[in-house]
Design a binder for this molecule. Structure first.
Ligand SMILES: [Zn+2]
Length: 155
């Protein structure tokens, strides 16, 4: 009922700025992490390469390799074939379901990259909407035809 217990809890909270000791100071880099300072003024928090001051991202010796890896990664992202995965024709929801199944299995097997799986999922979603729409259009046309026939027969 008194406010005293609350006050004690607040003082014990380590996140309280008043409780911050020298251990909580983040700026100096005596902890052996990467020496790179980012544009934001913060130190890189990655572990440096063995016997180096910088991590693989920031070591000057690695810049060329990293750039190459990045550009190759960018190119490969477009055209990496997924082993043993062929969608084939997808003309109805059953075929779509089978394709999704194959995609899920390929993802679990590690043949499909999560990014490829994401792309596949969004394409399947698009296709599902298209299939649903064309199915609805077809049904609507059938109904319209029947109504027209009735109209013609009745008058
Ligand atoms: Zn770094």
């Amino acid at each position: 009922m008194t406010g005293e217990s609350e006050e004690i809890v607040q003082k014990k909270n380590p996140r309280d700025p008043a409780a911050t000791g020298p251990d909580n100071n983040i700026t100096p880099r005596s902890d052996g992490l990467c020496a790179h300072i980012m544009d934001s003024g913060e130190h890189c928090r990655a572990a440096p390469l063995r016997g180096k001051r910088y991590c693989a991202m920031h070591d000057p010796d690695y810049q060329e390799i990293m750039d190459l890896a990045r550009s190759r990664g960018g190119k490969r992202q477009i055209a990496t074939p997924v082993e043993g995965f062929k969608a084939g024709p997808i003309k109805d929801t059953d075929q779509l379901r089978k394709t999704l199944e194959k995609g899920i299995n390929a993802l679990i097997d590690g043949r499909l990259h999560p990014r490829q799986a994401t792309a596949l999922a969004s394409l399947c979603n698009c296709l599902l909407k298209t299939l649903e729409l064309s199915d609805l259009t077809e049904r609507l046309e059938t109904v319209e035809d029947k109504l027209r026939d009735r109209g013609e027969g009745g008058s």
